[in-house]
Each structure stands twice: as structure tokens, then as C-alpha cells.
Design a binder for this molecule. Structure first.
Ligand code: IPE
Ligand code: IPE
Ligand code: MG
Length: 251
């Protein structure tokens, strides 16, 4: 990236930068179709764009960036597409980890990682281990992730403790359930961005999004860049987050 005006480029005047941001990386297929390219080309372009998003978010001061890369429902796609997405996933970390390191970006995974084939689990565990001391931002990749599965597994874990006498039913609270989510130390996203025009959550961070602000755009994920991100932060600054209470102006 150009070193010039980096300070001005990432000025936060008039913007609000969330500490924790979620991004649903959708629209790769449509991006490819528009160019008469195979869907695989869209996925490749989408992966390239993730690197750019990481850099921009890190420079803006986002601390936790959770990106939706592969859902528990995405296994229902044609086997060739699934295989290509898995291959791309492995390649991404092999290719870009040095750049992520340079940017101080720690990599973590959220999702049903234990259910993945051994080679993919290994990529996840090694990537987390290698990057664990990086401080600038955490990139959390939601992979084989489903919000319903996350909540179900958290419930199973609590139920097991109750059945084995380590916990009583009264100990099941919003806080104790939160603690059994995949990454309980990661703050709930204040803002969730969905490119590509869909107005749905598609099983992303269901528990954690209770009070997230949503921002959608028609830009397809591979084209989603600095300007879109900046506009999202500009609009987010104008949101009045009431959490069921009253506006600060009224209260
Ligand atoms: C997002 O792009 C990538 C994944 C879901 C893995 P899509 O592949 O869903 O692209 P569209 O929605 O078909 O355009
Ligand atoms: C959501 O996109 C999942 C990811 C971006 C990884 P989908 O393309 O799978 O969502 P739907 O099918 O349009 O709801
Ligand atoms: Mg899609």
C-alpha cells in the first residue's frame, strides 16, 4: 500500500470505528458471473480482498475483525466448489501469513473446527499458534461456522456439566452460556457489514449479534474496498444505540 498520507487516509474524524467488527464476505459468485468467469475466480478475488480488508481495519484501529468465510450450510454446494474453497483457505494462510505478520495481525478461528478434516484442523491450529503474540488486531475467521451450531454446542457443554454434577440448573445464565461460545473473550460485534445486497444474517454470530448495528451495501465482496469501509464507519457514527433504553439525548 502507498505509504503517503497514511495518517490522513485513516483519520477517524467524523467516523466511529468499532472495536469489534463482523463482515459477511458474500457475492463472490455474482462477481465472477458478471465477468463471465467461473465461480472459482470470484472466490479467489474474494480471498485477495480479505487481505486488503485486514490491512484497512488494522489501520483504522479495529481490534477484532470476524469474517464469515464458510458456513455450516455451505457444505451443500457442489463438491467441486467446496473443494476449491478448502484449497483456497489453505493457500491463503500459506501465502499471506508473512503479510499478516508484518501488519501485526493475529489469526484465530471460530466455528466447528474439531469437525473439519485433520489437514484443515492443522492449518487452523498452526496459524493460531504462529500468530499468537501479534498485537495490532485479531482476524477471526468464521470457518465451518453456524450460529445455531455454536449455541447448540454451548448448551450441550452446560448440560454435560449439569448431568455430571459440576453445575446446577440455576448456574445456567446468559453469562455462563456466553462463556461456552467458541471465543468468549472476543467482544460482541458492534457493527456487522454485509456486502452484495442480501438483507439477512445467514446464521452468522446469532448469539453475539443481539445488539449489533447492521450495514449493507450492493457492492459485491471482491469489490468491497476502503471507500465502502469508510462509509460504513461514517454511517455507524450516526447510529443511536439504545440497547432497549432511551437515547442519550432523552435520558
Ligand atoms: C461468498 O460468496 C463465499 C462463500 C459463501 C463461501 P458466494 O459464493 O456466496 O457468492 P454469491 O452469493 O453466489 O454471489
Ligand atoms: C453467507 O453467504 C456465508 C458466507 C459468506 C461464508 P451465503 O451465500 O452462504 O448466504 P445465503 O445462502 O445467501 O444466505
Ligand atoms: Mg452468497
Amino acid at each position: 500500500m502507498a505509504k503517503d498520507n497514511k495518517k490522513d487516509k485513516f483519520s477517524t474524524e467524523g467516523l466511529k470505528v468499532p472495536v469489534s467488527l463482523g463482515v459477511i464476505m458474500d457475492g463472490n459468485g455474482r462477481w465472477a458471473k458478471k465477468r463471465l468467469l467461473p465461480r472459482s475466480a470470484g472466490h479467489r478475488a474474494g480471498a485477495e480482498n480479505l487481505k486488503e480488508l485486514c490491512r484497512n481495519c488494522g489501520n483504522y484501529g479495529v481490534k477484532y475483525l470476524t469474517v464469515y468465510a464458510f458456513s455450516t450450510e455451505n457444505w451443500s454446494r457442489p463438491q467441486a466448489e467446496v473443494d476449491q474453497l478448502m484449497k483456497l483457505f489453505v493457500e491463503f494462510f500459506a501465502k499471506y501469513d508473512p503479510e499478516l505478520e508484518e501488519e501485526g495481525i493475529r489469526v484465530r478461528f471460530t466455528g466447528d473446527i474439531d469437525a473439519l478434516p485433520e489437514d484443515l484442523r492443522k492449518v487452523c491450529r498452526e496459524g493460531e499458534e504462529r500468530s499468537k503474540n501479534r498485537q495490532k488486531m485479531q482476524l477471526i475467521v468464521a470457518f465451518n461456522y453456524g450460529g445455531r451450531r455454536e449455541i447448540t454446542q454451548a448448551a450441550q457443554s452446560l448440560a454435560k456439566d449439569v448431568a455430571e454434577g459440576r453445575l446446577s440448573i440455576e448456574d445456567i445464565t446468559e453469562d455462563s452460556l456466553s462463556e461456552r461460545m467458541y471465543l468468549p473473550d472476543v467482544p460482541d460485534p458492534e457493527l456487522i457489514i454485509r456486502p452484495s445486497g442480501e438483507l439477512r444474517i445467514s446464521n452468522f454470530l446469532l448469539w453475539e449479534c443481539a445488539y449489533s448495528e447492521f450495514w449493507v451495501s450492493d457492492t459485491l465482496w471482491p469489490d468491497f474496498g476502503y471507500e465502502d469501509l469508510t462509509q460504513a464507519f461514517r454511517d455507524y457514527a450516526k447510529r443511536d444505540r439504545r440497547f432497549g433504553g432511551l437515547s442519550k439525548k432523552e435520558g
